[in-house]
Write a protein that binds this ligand. Structure first.
Ligand code: SAH
Ligand code: MG
Length: 213
């Protein structure tokens, strides 16, 4: 399994973009950006679905936002980040890599950023990748902005293997958070307006598609 992942990553990195230079920074400073296989998987969904407008919750240093934007020059990404150092890093990276016209970073807690988005903006895709205990709140708050045939992707639904094996978690706060992720996954699978599937690439992702009502 590990070997398979290494093998695929190696091939993916052969056509890698200059955005991947940021992986070194992320590793050095422990910024939890998406792994390569998940990133390329989501980008392929963007291409297949011809996604043009994306809302991302959790920018960090702008790695995933720029990767998504790189699929096509007509794609626009709005991404929300609450930590000032991260926001500053993202702004500077987005400028350095030339994505200012496609990626808009909003400096705010995502639970308070609804009004900061352009009015009447709706999204083909929402990518939830911020505080893991709050995924359901983000989903409920922003889901009304998803287009009728849109998709919502939630990252880290397996959270380091703890979600399927909570017994090994010693730290109380981590345990609380992992319980919330379990609850979220269950809630999401039973959401009557969405069809969801869960996949175990990277740190686990949920892919939810709005049902035609
Ligand atoms: N999507 C990025 C990684 C995001 S890491 C990538 O793959 O490249 C998660 C980020 O979410 C962190 O930078 C954290 O500061 C931010 N975050 C956590 N909770 C948040 C909230 N409530 N509102 C906005 N940002 C939040
Ligand atoms: Mg993530």
């Amino acid at each position: 399994m590990e070997k398979d992942i290494e093998y695929i990553e190696q091939l993916l990195f052969q056509n890698s973009s200059n955005i991947d230079e940021l992986r070194h920074y992320a590793e050095q400073y422990n910024v939890p950006i998406m792994d390569k296989i998940s990133t390329e998987f989501v980008k392929q969904l963007i291409r297949i679905k011809d996604v043009k407008s994306i809302l991302e919750i959790g920018t960090a240093i702008g790695y995933s936002a720029m990767h998504f934007a790189s699929c096509d020059p007509s794609i626009n990404v709005w991404t929300i980040e609450r930590k000032e150092e991260m926001y500053e890093q993202a702004i500077s990276n987005i400028k350095d890599f030339g994505y200012e016209s496609q990626v808009n970073v909003i400096f705010s807690d995502a639970l308070e950023a609804f009004e900061l988005l352009p009015t009447d903006q709706s999204f083909d895709m929402i990518f939830i990748d911020a505080a893991k205990a709050q995924s359901q709140k983000f989903f409920e708050l922003y889901e009304p902005l998803l287009k009728d045939d849109g998709i919502i992707i939630t990252d880290n639904i397996l959270y380091h293997g703890f979600v399927s094996n909570i017994e090994i978690v010693r730290n109380r706060n981590v345990k609380q958070m992992v319980k919330k992720v379990q609850k979220y996954n269950h809630w999401l699978m039973n959401h009557e307006n969405y069809k969801t599937t869960l996949i175990n690439i990277g740190d686990g992702m949920a892919i939810s598609k709005k049902e035609k009502l």
